[in-house]
Design a protein around this ligand. Structure first.
Ligand SMILES: [Zn+2]
Length: 577
């Protein structure tokens, strides 16, 4: 076995299961076994059941490679025979499903489990700045190292409290349980491994320091493995919930650090994830409810290998790179810390990093011209005096190395827009072409970019809405994607082996699978296509789940013998239903 016996013994004891009910401010008690908090959970209703496997960072190609390899038998059996075009014997796997932008963890899971785009959820990334509060949020820190918000994400519902729209668990109104995922507001039960262990894993990951930062996978594997007994215990104690989310964060954390990122992710999916899927499916099977259970698989984003060095990690040095650009444009940048000190409040610009994307928030500098003055962040920046100089400085640095040589040829596109006052719907981002702002659709007409998947639609989702200003006033998209040689790929963070966040196919193409045993898979295809069309996005998950819960399921074919070649004879009947 790959368990480190010492750490296994240290870690084995803790279960933190609790009832979250509607109270979002409930603190999770750690090391406390099972904890029920506040009001009674919703009653058990019997089927239908929806089981959602949420794989962090498992790109479409990597997951399908694992499933097709013959080394992931549980997932392969869940889908059954491949019938072409995404249709399987027991499943429909959307061939063209995509993520929101940024293709980054916290924003993506927030959109997946609310059905709303970032400009409506208010959660626009792994970290973001709320200018009206003059406050930086970093549930998964990228530009900062403090782990306070990460801890609050796990133990104090930080992401749920920031979401401006109801979650799936609130919308569906049925008993729901979430294992590990940061979006658990409105669920009845939330199960996690010891939060202290979880935060320390994230800490090693964020700081790049510690024994596991070199890409050893045992610790991430153990996090995923330890989470499953917790959720099964909860199920045993309270019955099977109508919605169960099974989230595996270890896939993503490991892939960021794995030297040969994509093949090593496939191996992880085969050898770690698949046996865990088998365990969970077995729990449904032994209770005799697998046939009443729709099983979904979804991911937040894929992964693109990058070079792990400070030259390609644009956020590695807090005084060079992007910070030097805004300084050259005459702005005082905010220190890259979660909470700047009392004497560090005079900043005029703020960065929030999302891997291949960076948000730049700008102040109206007329409110704080001199060092030591605090800007009025409730006001939007001025377009000509504040936004344009920064957009131009990034554009020129990228094009000709002026004023900042280190940024030359690192960016793909610079986005900006005319700011709107807080509380108003924001304008969608446009592309700065060196002279003016060009609508994305118009720019693409003259500069076709099929490598940037559905750029116009996804940038509108990110930037246009009541919370669109949480994606900054200037947005930078780094050069990225498998189309570029690895030495030409850049990202905003400390150095890693792999990143995501961009609009490229590799980062954006995600699995979206709906499976059900003894059920016509063509019905599943109709359902997914009816809701999400031919290119469904992550926003389709909530309506798909609600539809699966609401519809009276067609009767399963009557007692067909297993392994008798019956699939052939049942298919026409099934299709006619
Ligand atoms: Zn992720």
């Amino acid at each position: 076995m790959r368990h480190n016996p010492v750490s296994y013994l240290i870690r084995c004891a803790c279960i933190a299961i609790l009832t979250l009910a509607a109270c979002s401010s409930v603190k999770i008690l750690v090391n406390g076994g099972e904890k029920q908090v506040k009001r009674e959970p919703r009653p058990t209703q019997g089927g239908p059941y929806v089981l959602i496997f949420a794989f962090d960072g498992a790109g479409y190609d990597q997951l399908m490679e694992a499933i097709n390899s013959g080394k992931a038998p549980a997932m392969a059996a869940m889908l059954g025979k491949d019938e072409g075009g995404g249709l399987y014997e027991h499943a429909y796997s959307a061939p063209n499903a995509i993520s929101i932008l940024p293709s980054t963890t916290v924003a993506a899971w927030s959109s997946i489990f609310t059905g709303a785009p970032p400009a409506q959820t208010g959660v626009t990334g792994n970290e973001w700045f709320v200018r009206e509060e003059m406050k930086f949020y970093a549930p998964v820190p990228v530009s900062v190292e403090e782990m306070d918000d990460n801890h609050a994400m796990i133990t104090d519902n930080l992401v749920g409290r920031q979401l401006k729209v109801p979650t799936l668990f609130q919308q569906a109104g049925v008993r729901s349980a979430v294992s590990m995922n940061m979006v658990y507001r409105g669920a009845d039960y939330f199960t996690i491994i010891d939060p202290t262990d979880m935060v320390s894993l994230f800490t090693e990951f964020v700081t790049g320091k510690g024994q596991h930062s070199s890409g050893k996978r045992d610790i991430y594997q153990k996090m995923d493995e330890d989470s499953v007994p917790k959720l099964l215990d909860s199920m045993e104690a309270h019955g099977v919930p109508n919605i169960q989310v099974v989230y595996f964060p270890g896939i993503d954390l490991y892939t960021h650090l794995a030297p040969d990122a994509l093949p090593m992710e496939v191996k992880y999916l085969e050898t770690v994830t698949d046996p865990l899927v088998a365990k969970v499916l077995d729990a449904y099977r032994t209770r005799g409810i697998l046939d009443q259970t729709s099983v979904l698989v979804i991911a937040d984003h894929g992964h693109t290998p990058v070079l792990k060095d400070p030259h390609h990690a644009l956020g590695a040095d807090s005084s060079a790179g992007p910070a030097a650009v805004v300084q050259a444009a005459g702005f005082r940048p905010r220190k890259l810390v979660l909470n700047p000190g009392k004497d560090e409040q005079d900043y005029q610009s703020v960065f929030a990093y999302q891997g291949a994307i960076a948000y730049v928030y700008l102040a109206d500098r007329s409110t704080c011209p001199d060092p030591g003055m605090t800007c009025d962040w409730k006001r939007p920046p001025r377009y000509k005096e504040d936004v344009l100089p920064v957009a131009r400085a990034f554009y020129n640095s990228n094009k000709n190395g002026q004023p900042v040589p280190a940024m030359k040829d690192t960016l793909d596109l610079v986005f900006a827009r005319v700011p709107t006052p807080s509380g108003q719907l924001t304008h969608e981002y446009k592309i700065f072409d060196g002279h003016r702002l060009v609508p994305i659709w118009e720019y693409l007409l003259f500069h076709p970019r099929p490598d940037l998947v559905q750029l116009n639609r996804r940038m509108r989702w990110l930037s246009s809405g009541p919370y669109g200003n949480r994606a900054g006033d200037v947005l930078l998209l780094s050069r990225s994607g498998l189309d570029h040689p690895i030495q030409n790929r850049y990202y905003f963070s400390a150095p890693y082996h792999s990143w995501h966040g961009s609009a490229s196919m590799q980062d954006s193409h995600i699995p979206l699978i709906v499976a059900r045993q003894n059920y016509p898979s063509t019905k599943l295809e109709q359902l997914v296509k009816g809701i999400g069309g031919d290119e469904p996005s992550q926003l389709a998950l909530v309506p798909i789940v609600r539809s699966l819960l609401a519809s009276e399921p067609p009767a399963a074919p009557a007692a067909t013998p297993v392994n008798s070649g019956s699939a052939q004879s049942t298919t026409p009947a099934a299709k006619s239903q």
